[in-house]
Design a protein around this ligand. Structure first.
Ligand SMILES: [Zn+2]
Length: 114
């Protein structure tokens, strides 16, 4: 008897079982409970990973745009802290840089964690 990783849920299971106790993956026909083969599962997982990475990169981009927009408005708006737009632009710089930094950390952890 050997211990293998379930292709669907990655839990450690015996190679003698017919169905994964966790996700019901069918080892006899090599199909998941919703009828996907091992390869289809792998490409589905890959697609999810790409989508997740893309949405994180979009979030980082939003942060950069907020910072740049904030800097531009603040710079050309007199570089003071007098009007509501000054406060808004400074807030955009702060929120944007926090958003960017947190997303970068998230991306690094995400790459390491798989
Ligand atoms: Zn499983």
């Amino acid at each position: 008897m050997a211990i293998i990783n379930c292709p669907s849920c990655q839990k450690k299971v015996s190679d003698k079982i017919k169905n994964c106790p966790e996700c019901q993956f069918d080892f006899i026909h090599n199909k998941s409970s919703d009828g996907l083969t091992e390869e289809q599962l792998a490409s589905k997982k890959n697609l999810q990973r790409i989508k997740r990475k893309y949405s994180l990169q979009m979030r980082a981009m939003t942060g950069i745009i907020m910072v740049l927009g904030g800097v531009l408005v603040w710079y050309f708006g007199g570089r003071g802290l007098l009007s509501i737009s000054d406060y808004l632009s400074v807030a955009a710089i702060g929120v944007g840089s926090i958003l960017y930094l947190m997303t970068r950390i998230h991306l690094i952890l995400y790459r390491r964690g798989r």
